[in-house]
Design a protein around this ligand. Sequence first.
Ligand code: TA6
Length: 285
Amino acid sequence: MEPTPKLPPTVVLVEATPGYPILEIRHPQCFGRLALHGAHVMEWQPVSADAPVLYLSPDALLQPGKAIRGGIPICWPWFNAHPSDSSLPSHGFARTHFWELEAAEEDESGVTISLRFRSGDLAAYLDVYFGEWLEIALETTNLGDEPLPLSGALHTYLAISSIAQVQVDGLSGDQYLDTVGDRTERVQSGLVYFDREVDRIYENDSSALLVDSGYERVIVVEKEGSPSTVVWNPWVDKAKNLSDLPDEAYRDFVCIEAAISNDRAIILAPGGSHVLSTTLRVEDH
Ligand code: TA6
């Protein structure tokens, strides 16, 4: 691993376990944690928020090769199952490998962490801004001589007061693929409620709002470079089948993901780049 670049006073490098470095951000505007494994934002809480904004499973595995359950997994360079090779890992391999820390900078508003990852002809560069808001920008560049497909997601786990107290707004009228049971195309009517497993890929290129009446807040999920928004809650049975998630934890989070689904993959020309980004803001409700 390359030497760590100079860190500002508000960023401290700690080891969760030997050889598993995590950056802790303790800034006047926010607290945050980012693992170099997977360039994985684990936690973020602005000073204005009374509770963490990201959900992190208490059973999350901090082990090389294992994706961290919670925070914002970087699903790259494909989303869910690989389009043509089922032997490859779901959601790609960026979240199960160490990234190189390029830089960590601070100003009075917050901290920006930059990391990079290379796989074959695809290069990924990630900028994460921790402040009163959180912004993640994932730039992918095709360094090869042939066009390459790109899909993936910023798979954000949002912490909630309780699953019965939240709805997602901003998707009404959008078409979506309901992947629970038979994969069915539907149209969203009104708010998204959670009283069963929800796993939907919305064709939507604008913001979504997680309205949490329990915490009396709205988390605004903005995005760029993302034709799809994925909304996921595993509900009871799926949660029981996830060994790195407590059985009852389906009550504690909703995923709202800035995504590029496989069937809307972006073809990167040689030398071409694409930026997929998401920004989280917390507002009173
Ligand atoms: O969020 C959509 C999704 O693809 C779900 O189908 C579910 O598999 C989830 O991601 C979690 O995937 P993971 O590989 O992190 O367990």
